[in-house]
Design a protein around this ligand. Structure first.
Ligand SMILES: Cc1cc2nc3c(=O)[nH]c(=O)nc-3n(C[C@H](O)[C@H](O)[C@H](O)COP(=O)(O)OP(=O)(O)OC[C@H]3O[C@@H](n4cnc5c(N)ncnc54)[C@H](O)[C@@H]3O)c2cc1C
Length: 464
């Protein structure tokens, strides 16, 4: 039986035969995890909790992916919020599904909403420390985004990486997965082909392969093929976000969906690495066009804001905030904002009239636009700030279809044995819009679910 399985692999892997002179020894483990962002690290730690051996492969020379760059906001419906009546699973599900415009899978959405709270608790138990109260962030539609004490995504990556080392996870950086190995007769996914410094080798996975390899926000070619709308925009993604696993999964029959949906948020042009933004709390700012008029409800879903901006062919868009709103921006981002003041990307003036004058806006129209917040006692604390809004790519929303157990589906909608996915590579979760704060949680929830599913099939050795 084993001989037949091994023959199956080598027949499938033409590439591995071609490069046989550069091969190093093949290996075997219970689980292979592809990607070293929050999804991959969560999957690896969860494997060790279940007593499974695991090898984590990361193509870059460092861990973190987009997770490290992220703002760190993690949407969760906690037991406390349920008890207080300030939030509910039903509301969260409804908001995800409706803002996704019918392009997401209801069952997958339900899992995210239902498991977000316990995943937040799991992260706390791992050692990630959070601020006590949740926040309403840009595009989150509700007050449920929890922020770690450490800046950006550093808290998650540091804590989970340490736990991987403590628990003997075999982490390999500069190790790129270039092929998924499929069993010839059962068609289960039984491992991966890895390339490291020009050498190739196979790792067989007895229990499964978890794809946690992120999105494709840094792959200009794939973005261009997905939709013309995003051509030429800058990107927030890290350079490794190239969607490598999508063609590999497609080759073994996986279903891919929603590649045309790409989330764009205010940031800056292609040259900017640290966006200068004021819109983190959408309830405290206004967006105005080149005339000083508001053109969109600032608290609406991210996709609506970008679509309105595109549809109205706005020449210049500015975010306006007062000093109180700026003080509530976290330190790291406030630093970028102050840098913006000196590099001509942000402005600060003592009155709205002066701000209008320096931006070339109509002062009366700007003051009329400000009334929306001023009537609620906001946007009235000088000095006033403005930044120029240039939308850029933030997250890709398309990718692999999974079921509620985090198993990857084939084009006929059946689960592919041995293949799991979590995080930004999932394509049937967010639909046409991702709620702000629903990136990191989707990685943690489905990484844990993948390992849960694998451990339920504990007698299943995919190699036979
Ligand atoms: C600037 C910014 C701010 C954000 N802020 C938030 C926020 O506040 N809250 C939120 O919920 N979401 C946020 N997001 C989105 C969030 O960061 C992502 O949705 C999330 O980090 C995805 O996690 P992941 O583990 O799926 O992928 P990643 O963290 O991107 O990890 C994927 C890893 O896989 C590796 N990889 C890719 N291909 C291969 C291969 N062939 N072989 C081996 N390794 C491979 C990559 O190099 C990468 O390290 C933000 C994104 C950005 C860019």
């Amino acid at each position: 039986m084993k001989r037949r399985a091994l023959l199956g692999i080598s027949l499938l892997m033409n590439t591995s035969l071609v490069f046989s002179q550069n091969r190093i020894k093949d290996e075997e483990t219970d689980v292979v995890v592809v990607g070293g962002g929050i999804g991959g690290l969560t999957a690896a730690v969860s494997c060790r909790e279940k007593g499974l051996t695991v090898i984590l492969l990361e193509k870059m020379s460092f861990l973190g992916g987009d997770s490290l760059k992220s703002g760190g906001y993690f949407n969760a419906v906690t037991e406390e919020a349920k008890r207080n009546g300030t939030d509910s699973i039903e509301l969260f599900k409804k908001q995800i599904f409706e803002s996704g415009g019918g392009f997401s899978d209801k069952e997958v959405v339900s899992v995210l909403a239902e498991k977000s709270g316990e995943s937040l608790e799991w992260l706390k138990a791992q050692g990630v420390k959070f601020m006590p109260a949740p926040r309403h962030i840009y595009g989150s539609l509700w007050n449920r985004a929890y922020k770690p004490l450490m800046p950006s995504g550093t808290g998650y990556i540091q804590v989970l990486t340490n736990n991987c080392f403590k628990n003997n996870v075999d982490i390999r950086t500069s190790s790129k997965v270039i092929e998924l190995l499929r069993h010839e007769s059962s068609e289960a996914i039984i491992g991966v082909l890895v390339e490291k410094h020009g050498m190739r080798y196979e790792i067989r996975a007895k229990k499964g392969v978890v794809l946690a390899s992120g999105g494709f926000g840094a792959n200009k070619e794939l973005l261009k093929r997905s939709s013309e709308n995003f051509f030429g925009l800058g990107t927030d993604s890290h350079p490794g976000a190239t969607g490598d696993l999508l063609p590999l999964a497609e080759k073994i029959g996986a279903k891919i969906q929603n590649l045309q949906f790409v989330e764009c948020v205010p940031g800056g042009d292609e040259r900017i690495t640290d966006p200068v933004r004021l819109d983190y709390d959408p309830g405290k700012i206004i967006f105005v066009d080149e005339n000083g008029d508001r053109f969109v409800e600032e608290t609406s879903p991210r996709s609506n804001i970008f679509e309105k901006y595109k549809a109205k062919q706005i020449k210049h868009c500015y975010t306006i905030a007062d000093s109180k709103a700026v003080e509530s921006v976290d330190l790291m981002r406030r630093k970028h904002l102050y840098r913006g003041l000196y590099s001509g990307l942000a402005w600060r003036k003592d009155s709205l009239d002066e701000l209008a004058e320096c931006l070339g806006l109509n002062a009366d129209r700007l003051k009329k636009s400000a009334k929306k917040l001023q009537n609620k006692g906001l946007l009235n604390q000088p000095p006033y700030w403005a930044v120029k809004v240039v939308f850029r790519i933030h997250t890709t929303l398309g990718g692999l279809c999974i079921d509620k157990n985090a198993m990857v589906l084939n084009v006929d909608g059946e689960a592919i044995r041995g293949l799991y996915a979590c995080g930004q590579i999932i394509g049937n979760l967010h639909g046409r819009n991702r709620l702000g704060g629903n990136g990191l949680n989707s990685a943690v929830v489905f990484a844990r679910m993948a390992v849960e599913t694998m451990s339920k099939n504990s007698n299943d050795n995919l190699q036979f």
